[in-house]
Design a protein around this ligand. Structure first.
Ligand SMILES: [Zn+2]
Length: 278
């Protein structure tokens, strides 16, 4: 009898806490519903960044300042977010040098910077399909189709494989519409979007459908033929098309926007890219 009484008392005493937990759970659920509604209505996440920032080492920051134009175009607050994301990326991915290439801080920082630039508008930016970044000094022999590659995304090995020489040319020469890093990271992002249901993936799929829809319009088809704006390789398949589109978006946004304003706009929404003058 004593024991039973005591249990009852305990339960009464605990009740407000139990209600609080249920209430908090319900609020969290409501917030999630709101967040998803907002994302689908406005084509952007309600918020995309937490408020705690990790910092990079001074030598990594000077690599960004001296060699990565995008970084210098960001506001002070965006720079802190960008550094934070690079730091998380570097902690998360394993870098492997092949063919005699030694992985340096500079190589790691610049590869992470390209990945984080492409995903900077997203809330989910960690490229969950990539565990390894494998870097060769130059073109490498790929068993995927028994030929030499400059880069590839290999989902089975969870690896992004890059020729350093071509990666460097990609971000250094900024108006030839070739950017190996952007191209391969986009393959990883697109595959992730196909297989996930988070707000970034949902927005990706929606905007990609918009882009494909545009391509079926005769007016756009004619213009593509007349301008030859996107290199032929883009029309290999949907993945190559999106990867090439992303290269053009970063390499020559002004030309892209003036030739194909609607496709540009959908690409911008797909990436939620609202920085650095885009
Ligand atoms: Zn490709």
């Amino acid at each position: 009898m004593m024991l039973l009484l005591q249990t009852d008392e305990n339960a009464t005493w605990l009740a407000p806490y139990a209600y609080t937990i249920v209430l908090l759970g319900f609020c969290f659920f409501l917030f999630r519903v709101f967040e998803n509604w907002y994302a689908s209505k406005y084509d952007r996440p309600f918020y995309r960044h937490y408020f705690v920032f990790r910092k990079l080492k001074p030598n990594q920051i000077s690599v960004l300042q001296n060699e990565f134009d995008f970084y210098n175009l960001l506001s002070k607050r965006e720079k802190r977010q960008f550094q934070h994301r690079i730091s998380v990326f570097l902690n998360d991915k394993k870098f492997v040098g092949r063919g005699g290439l030694e992985i340096t801080d500079r190589i790691k920082t610049l590869i992470a910077a390209v990945g984080c630039m492409l995903s900077f508008g997203r809330k989910n930016y960690d490229y969950s399909l990539i565990n390894y970044i494998i870097v060769y000094p130059d073109e490498f022999f790929s068993k995927l189709n028994d030929s030499y590659h400059k880069g590839e995304f290999n989902p089975r090995e969870r690896a992004l494989v890059l020729s350093w020489k071509h990666f460097e040319e990609g971000y250094q020469i900024s108006n030839d519409n070739l950017n190996l890093g952007i191209h391969e990271f986009m393959h990883a992002m697109q595959l992730e979007s196909k297989n996930s249901a988070d707000i970034d993936s949902t927005r990706f799929s929606k905007q990609f459908q918009n882009i494909l829809q545009r391509l079926t319009e005769q007016e756009v088809k004619d213009k593509l033929d007349a301008t030859q704006f996107f290199r032929d390789y883009a029309f290999t398949n949907q993945y190559e098309f999106m990867a090439v589109l992303a290269e053009y978006f970063f390499e020559s946004p002004k030309d892209f926007k003036s030739h194909f304003p609607e496709i540009y706009d959908s690409t911008k929404k797909l990436l939620n890219f609202r920085f650095a003058g885009y």
